[in-house]
Every structure is written in structure tokens, then in C-alpha cells.
Design a protein around this ligand. Structure first.
Ligand code: ADP
Length: 481
């Protein structure tokens, strides 16, 4: 995998990483704790090991240095001083332990003979100023020395310094290797912990995700039956789900009351308004002595009353469909005749060019005659509203397998793609309706969908901006049962 691919992968993962998610926060929190906990244990262990190692070597070199004056005294009894000093040094010297005595001016009085074979150690010791030093570890090239310098008085000269150096390279290297291994083990443990925690947190949050998936499936239509499955959810999530179920019940009741209210209001208003509309129409028809202004006012009142009655009827139909009281009188009838009849009615209200395209064989459809009429009227009404007056409207009738297909095509303004999924929703009005159509309630297509689906069919739309729209209604054929 190239570096670029790897970088892309990391970028993608970064983009998918939701920093505000509970999963991220919990995993990050636990990982931070693990780093803090394991890291401090590792640091403390390293420090303790170093203490033990240094402590034991320090003790050793200090003991040698402290006993050295007695060694000199012992040898000086039998041999002269300079030789006694050298013998005491030689006696204590081992391949790992070196001694050197310096005068206050830095001049070497005597030293371990083995220093000749250890130039780097010899160089370090001779470079010292001749003053006492605290016991500590020095790095000399690739070697480590535990060095201690203490005052030493000899017969002829005071204020000399004795340096004792122990080679602790092996121990120090072992210690460093141990610290490195501990560091790697800590890092690996943190990584494993991070992985395990990420999986564990993801698993623990699965019930919450399940709940959110379940809630996504709940629509206004099935509020009454919708309940979240409690199963074996963890108790906190179960409590949340129970509260949610209670809320769903309350919502469903409120929704039902609202439906009932709309249904009652529509019903109560429709009858008097229909009567008002009837009186207005007959007054318009019968009165011969009306002035132009009075006639125009009556015409406006009639058309508004007509529009409101239609709207109330739509609302009533939707409310009935919602509560399951929309009944269809399904029968088998000729689709061609019905479409011709509807086109005839539409032509009375609009001077548009409307054409029917049908095959030679008449189609028998299984549906509710009045409901299908209303569906076609709504679709033709929209085709008229949302296309320029010089554009024709075509109705195609055909059959495919067990289905009768009616296409209502216009060459109008078209519907933007993002609105095509929403136009069948109640009260949804597209931009075109808001800017051009005054007679728009946003209910026409939801009525179409409710009626067509109630008759066992379906309705879809195909549309291109600036070119026009085709609404396709599919209904069962006579033969289909
Ligand atoms: P409305 O009363 O607004 O026409 P509908 O439910 O019949 O309500 O239509 C919903 C929306 O769909 C309309 O507001 C309009 O934006 C769009 N629409 C429906 N039919 C057509 C069509 N034939 N051409 C363009 N847009 C349409």
C-alpha cells in the first residue's frame, strides 16, 4: 500500500470519526485512564529498578572507599608508604573495579594497573579535578561507571582524593533493555485495551442504536400500533424505551384527537358551505337585474365557496382514510370510457388541448369509479395549473401484465428532483405552487396517493425541470384478483 493510499485511509477514518459521539468519548476516556494508569506503573517500576541497581552498587563502591584507609595502614606497617599504597590498590582492583589516588593539584599518586588496558576509564578518572565527588553513574563511551571520590590522607600529604570506579555496563544495559521491554509491553497493552474498549463500548451502545433504528421506522400512520420492542435491553435503555413507548401512546392519542377534530370541522363546515354555494349559483343564474360589479362579486364568492368545499371534501377524505373509514365501491368497468368522460368534464373548465392515447383493445379495470375520477381530475388539474396555457396535456392508457396504466403527461414547468419525493405529502406545496398557482392547498396529490393505494394500486412521478412531468397511476386489471 502506497503512502498516499494510507493517508487517504486515515483521512476517511478521520471523517467517519464522530468526535461528539458517546462511543468516541467513552473509548477516549477509558484509553486516557489506561495510559495514565499503565504509564505511571511502568514509570514507577523503572524508577524503582534504577534505585535498587544504583543503591547496591553505590553501597559497594562506598564500602571499598571507606575501608581503603585501613588497607593502607595495614600494608604500611610492613612496606614503605608508596609501595604500600600501590599494593592496597592492586589488592582491591578487579577487572570491573578501578582505584586511583590524586593529589589536591590533580596529579595522580597511584592507580590500578588494569587502567592501562581501559583507556576510556583511565581518561575519565585522570580528567577529574582532584576533588571528592558524590556517588553516581557516568557514561564513558559505551560503558557505564559507578564513580565515587572521597578525601584520603596519607602520611606525607593531606587532602588527597581516592576515586573508586566500578564498571556497571552489564547491569546498566540489562536495566535499559528491561525498561525498553517494559515500555513496549505497556504500549502494546494500551493498544490492546483501546481495541477491546472500542469493541466493548460499541457493543454496549448497540441497544441505543437499535432503538434509534426502530424509531426511524415509525410514521404518523402507525403511531397507534408502534411500540419499541423491549427484549433483553439493559435496564437504563429499557427505561428509556418504556418512556418512549408511553410518549408514543400519548402522541397517538393527540394525533387521533386532531384527526377527529379535522374530520368533525370539515364535516360541519361542508354542509352549510355547500348550501351557500348552491344559493350563490342559483342567484347568479336567475338574477337578471344585477349590475356588473354585483355579478363579479357573486362570481368570486361562488368560486371561493366552491374551492373551500373542495378543500373540506379533501380533508374529510384524508381523515376518513386515516381512521380506516374510507370505503371503496370496487367494480369492473371500461377505463377508456371513464377517461373520456373525465376529459370531457375537464374541457368544460379549461380550454386546454387534451388528448387521449390508447391502444385498440379497450381496458377493463377493477377500481372505484368515483375515486378514480377524482384521482384523474386532481392530476389533470395539476397539469393545467403547472404548465403554460399553450402546452397540451396527454393521457396515455395501456396495460402491462396484470396492471392497467394511466399516464397523465404535461409539458410544463417540471418538478425539481429533491421535491419529487415530497409532493405526495400532505400540505406540501412546491416552489412553483407558491409562486404561480393561487389555487393550491398541497392536498391534491396526497388524496391521489390515498385513493390509488386504497384501490390496490400505486402512483409515481417522472419529471424533468423545464420539460414537464408524467404521473403514472397503476391499477389492477379486471382479471387480477
Ligand atoms: P397543490 O394544491 O399545491 O397543487 P398537490 O398535492 O396537488 O398540491 O401538489 C403538490 C405540489 O407538487 C405542488 O405544490 C407542485 O409544486 C407540485 N406539482 C404537482 N403536480 C405538478 C405538475 N404537474 N407539474 C409541476 N409541479 C407539480
Amino acid at each position: 500500500m502506497s503512502a498516499n493510499n494510507l493517508l487517504n485511509l486515515v483521512r476517511q477514518a478521520g471523517r467517519r470519526l464522530d468526535l461528539s459521539s458517546l462511543q468516541f468519548r467513552l473509548t477516549a476516556g477509558v484509553t486516557a485512564l489506561a495510559i495514565l494508569g499503565l504509564g505511571s506503573v511502568a514509570l514507577w517500576a523503572s524508577w524503582k529498578m534504577q534505585q535498587i541497581l544504583v543503591g547496591s552498587h553505590r553501597q559497594y563502591v562506598e564500602d571499598i572507599a571507606d575501608r581503603f584507609p585501613q588497607d593502607i595502614e595495614f600494608y604500611s606497617k610492613t612496606i614503605p608508604m608508596p609501595t604500600g599504597l600501590q599494593t592496597a590498590i592492586n589488592n582491591r582492583t578487579t577487572p570491573n573495579l578501578f582505584l586511583l589516588v590524586k593529589r589536591p593539584d590533580g596529579k595522580v599518586i597511584a592507580q590500578s594497573s588494569l587502567l592501562g588496558q581501559n583507556n576510556d576509564v583511565a581518561a575519565t578518572l585522570t580528567s577529574l579535578s582532584g576533588k571528592p565527588v558524590e556517588t553516581q553513574v557516568y557514561q564513558v563511551g559505551e560503558r557505564y561507571l559507578m564513580l565515587y571520590g572521597r578525601p584520603l590522607s596519607l602520611q606525607e600529604s593531606m587532602n588527597n582524593t581516592l576515586y573508586v570506579a566500578q564498571d556497571v555496563t552489564w547491569d546498566q544495559t540489562m536495566f535499559l533493555t528491561l525498561v525498553r521491554s517494559l515500555g513496549i509491553a505497556t504500549l502494546l497493552s494500551i493498544l490492546v485495551m483501546l481495541l477491546v474498549m472500542a469493541l466493548y463500548v460499541q457493543r454496549s451502545l448497540r441497544p441505543l442504536r437499535q432503538i434509534s433504528q426502530m424509531t426511524q421506522l415509525i410514521s404518523a400512520d402507525d403511531l397507534g400500533q408502534a411500540q419499541l420492542q423491549l427484549g433483553n435491553l439493559p435496564s437504563e435503555v429499557r427505561e428509556l424505551a418504556q418512556m418512549f413507548n408511553l410518549m408514543l401512546t400519548r402522541l397517538s392519542q393527540a394525533w387521533e384527537q386532531q384527526r377527529q377534530f379535522v374530520s368533525n370541522v370539515s364535516h360541519e363546515l361542508r354542509t352549510p358551505l355547500t348550501i351557500v354555494q348552491g344559493y350563490l349559483q342559483s342567484t347568479l343564474r336567475r338574477s337578471t337585474n344585477l349590475t356588473q360589479t354585483q355579478r363579479e362579486a357573486l362570481e368570486v364568492a361562488t368560486s371561493e365557496a366552491e374551492r373551500t368545499v373542495r378543500l373540506l371534501q379533501d380533508l374529510l377524505n384524508l381523515a376518513r382514510a386515516d381512521s380506516g373509514f374510507l370505503y371503496f365501491h370496487v367494480e369492473v368497468f371500461g377505463l377508456n370510457e371513464l377517461v373520456s368522460e373525465v376529459i370531457g368534464m375537464a374541457r368544460q373548465f379549461s380550454d386546454r388541448v387534451m388528448a387521449i392515447e390508447a391502444g385498440a383493445v379497450p381496458i377493463q379495470v377493477r377500481a372505484d369509479r368515483d375515486a378514480l375520477k377524482q384521482v384523474l381530475i386532481n392530476l389533470i388539474d395539476n397539469a393545467v395549473k403547472y404548465s403554460a396555457p399553450d402546452r397540451p396535456i396527454t393521457l396515455n392508457i395501456k396495460q402491462m401484465d396484470d396492471w392497467a396504466i394511466i399516464e397523465v403527461c404535461d409539458r410544463g414547468y417540471g418538478i425539481p428532483l429533491q421535491q419529487q419525493t415530497r409532493i405526495f405529502e400532505r400540505f406540501y406545496r412546491g416552489d412553483i405552487a407558491r409562486t404561480r398557482a393561487t389555487d393550491s392547498s398541497g392536498l391534491g396529490l396526497s388524496i391521489v396517493k390515498t385513493l390509488v393505494e386504497g384501490m390496490g394500486g400505486s402512483v409515481t412521478v417522472r419529471s424533468k425541470l423545464g420539460e414537464g412531468s408524467t404521473f403514472t397511476v397503476t391499477l389492477p386489471l379486471e382479471a387480477a384478483q
